[in-house]
Design a protein around this ligand. Structure first.
Ligand SMILES: [Zn+2]
Length: 134
């Protein structure tokens, strides 16, 4: 693995069809990088409110915070939110890992109305779910 590629668990929230977790996880995860693992909650019966995918990401690229995909193939795009588990120090402005926003030197281009700063912040970084004790 090259040094600028790191594997993360990404949580995909707001997925319309959680019952298809593995398929959707693969589809959506591969939009971010190489999918290594998919955690659909174990039972595959929509038990959880999100899908976890372990994805190898090029950290030189901006992190996606939103996916817009027509997952139901009905002509309607769904907006899904991405959360990154155990994300190291990163910049909310340029969406790069390795520096914080006050050290940011990037010139950031506007990406459109969905990319308001409020949509991007500490909420993206979450801890891993606790495994249930069986
Ligand atoms: Zn930055």
């Amino acid at each position: 693995m090259r040094f600028n590629h790191t594997a993360f668990w990404i949580q995909i929230h707001n997925v319309p069809l959680l019952c298809m977790a593995a398929e959707i996880g693969l589809l959506l995860g591969s939009m971010n990088g190489d999918v290594r693992e998919i955690d659909d909650g174990g039972t595959g019966d929509c038990a959880r409110k999100y899908i976890r995918v372990r994805v190898v990401i090029n950290v030189d690229q901006p992190l996606r915070r939103i996916l817009r995909v027509d997952v139901l193939r009905d002509g309607q795009e769904s907006m899904m939110l991405l959360r990154y588990e155990r994300l190291p120090e990163h910049c909310y402005r340029s969406r790069r890992i390795g520096h914080v926003v006050r050290d940011c030197l990037s010139v950031v281009e506007s990406e459109g109305p969905e990319d308001y700063d409020l949509l991007f912040g500490p909420w993206m970084n979450v801890s891993s779910p606790v495994k249930p004790v069986l």
